[in-house]
Design a protein around this ligand. Structure first.
Ligand SMILES: [Zn+2]
Length: 161
């Protein structure tokens, strides 16, 4: 396990175990196959290296199905905004959990405290939470969840919805 300080958080991660696990996963174009997922898998590769390496330095690859990926909206500038999360073999050492319950008087649910990763003017925003959702049952323990929002180029011929 190696300890990293990332924005508002200190995490301990097993990069090798995480990387190895992601190697055997289907990507989202296989796991789901909708246009938004297909586009993410292709469009992510076109992002500048500092954005892709934010993920690879943690051992994760958001194109592969350990967590969740969902399309949020077409930005109107040729890019599409996605949300998602990736599981990591690791733990949160310091920093507030990014998943924050909505005050009771405002109803049920959560908000996420995501912090902008200022690399190459991208809109990548991230946070870490211990509240795990949709974990594969053979994922290496302990498990940490990386939440993110990210725009990637729309590269399919179809019109984005
Ligand atoms: Zn999909």
């Amino acid at each position: 396990m190696k300890q990293l300080t990332i924005l508002d958080w200190v995490v301990r991660v097993d990069v090798e175990a995480t990387k190895q696990y992601y190697r055997n996963l289907p990507d989202y174009s296989e796991a789901c196959g909708c246009d938004q997922c297909k586009n993410f898998v292709l469009g992510f590769q076109m992002l500048p290296d500092p954005i892709r390496s934010f993920f690879t330095e943690l051992g994760v690859d958001p194109r592969y199905n350990a967590g969740e990926l969902y399309g949020m909206m077409y930005n109107g500038d040729g890019t599409y905004l996605y949300g998602g999360w990736c599981h990591i073999a690791g733990e949160l050492v310091d920093g507030a959990d990014c998943k924050i319950p909505v005050p009771e008087r405002l109803g049920k649910g959560f908000t996420f405290h995501l912090v902008h990763v200022n690399e190459d003017h991208s809109d990548l925003r991230v946070g870490f939470t211990r509240d795990l959702v949709l974990v594969r049952n053979d994922f290496p323990q302990p498990i940490l969840q990386l939440e993110y929002n990210l725009s990637v180029p729309w590269v399919l011929d179809s019109t984005p919805e």
